[in-house]
Design a protein around this ligand. Structure first.
Ligand code: PXP
Length: 239
């Protein structure tokens, strides 16, 4: 069975909307692990819009499974990774104006910087993954720069509205999985996956771990609503 890495960024998004200290992504990570998650993922963005440095520092001490730090390929982020030593780092492209990560990393264009920074992190014992499009040239480049894993960007598949487009994107993912495994790369996948669209991807096989955030946090907010309201009503009744 494929593993599940739960991305708790959007618990922090809710916290930051109020600028107070709840809900805490650290508490969400504990609950995700209790429910059986195989790992916890957080994206420390350069603008700190959701996850904060404090979150990663505490998660490094509290996560019992594996902590995967998503981050941009910058000197600042590499220094943080080398200091905190997450179990793995997933390098992603980052744009200040995007709502969420918008595409895969260009491992061809960035090859020199990638090689150098991946080398530093691997030396420190961190497993390094590159978030790339399901594109053969990107996968070959990821292998050449020394990545241990790729994380296939599933966003285009998830966004495809027409069945024909969707099946074309699924096929791209399938070819990418095969190519990466042939090169000896581990294969993860993520972005945009939800309760409706994950089935056909899982059926392809060959993906070791899925990193899923928004759909899990979105569902948690709804399936937890009834209990949260009942608990408040009980307090009103008690008063
Ligand atoms: N994987 C990567 C590399 C990402 O950047 C993100 C979004 O932060 C995810 C997985 C999770 O995507 P989603 O929130 O759409 O499940």
């Amino acid at each position: 069975m494929a593993k599940l890495g739960v991305n708790v960024d959007h618990i922090a998004t809710i916290r930051q909307a109020r600028g107070i200290d709840e809900p805490d992504p650290v508490a969400a990570a504990v609950l995700a692990e209790l429910a059986g998650a195989d790992g916890i993922t957080v994206h420390l963005r350069e603008d700190r819009r959701h996850i904060q440095d404090r979150d990663v520092e505490i998660l490094r001490k509290t996560v019992k499974t594996r902590l995967n730090l998503e981050m941009a390929l910058t000197d600042e982020m590499v220094a943080i990774a080398l200091k905190l030593l997450p179990d793995s780092v997933t390098l992603v492209p980052e744009g200040r104006h995007e709502l969420t990560t918008e595409g895969g990393l260009d491992a061809i264009q960035l090859r020199a910087t990638l090689k150098q920074k991946i080398g530093l992190m691997k030396q420190a014992g961190i497993v390094v993954s590159l978030f790339v499009e399901p594109d053969i040239e990107q996968i070959k480049a990821s292998h050449r720069v020394g990545a241990d894993y790729i994380e296939i960007h599933t966003g285009t598949y998830c966004d495809a509205k027409l069945a024909a487009n969707r099946s074309e994107q699924l096929q791209r993912i399938e070819v990418a999985i095969r190519a990466a495994r042939k090169l000896g790369l581990g294969v993860n996948a993520g972005h945009g996956l939800n309760y409706k669209n994950i089935g056909p991807v899982v059926a392809l096989g060959g993906i070791e771990e899925y990193n899923i955030g928004h759909s899990i946090v979105a569902r948690a907010s709804l399936v937890g609503m009834e209990r949260a309201v009942r608990e408040m009503l009980a307090l009103l009744a008690g008063g």
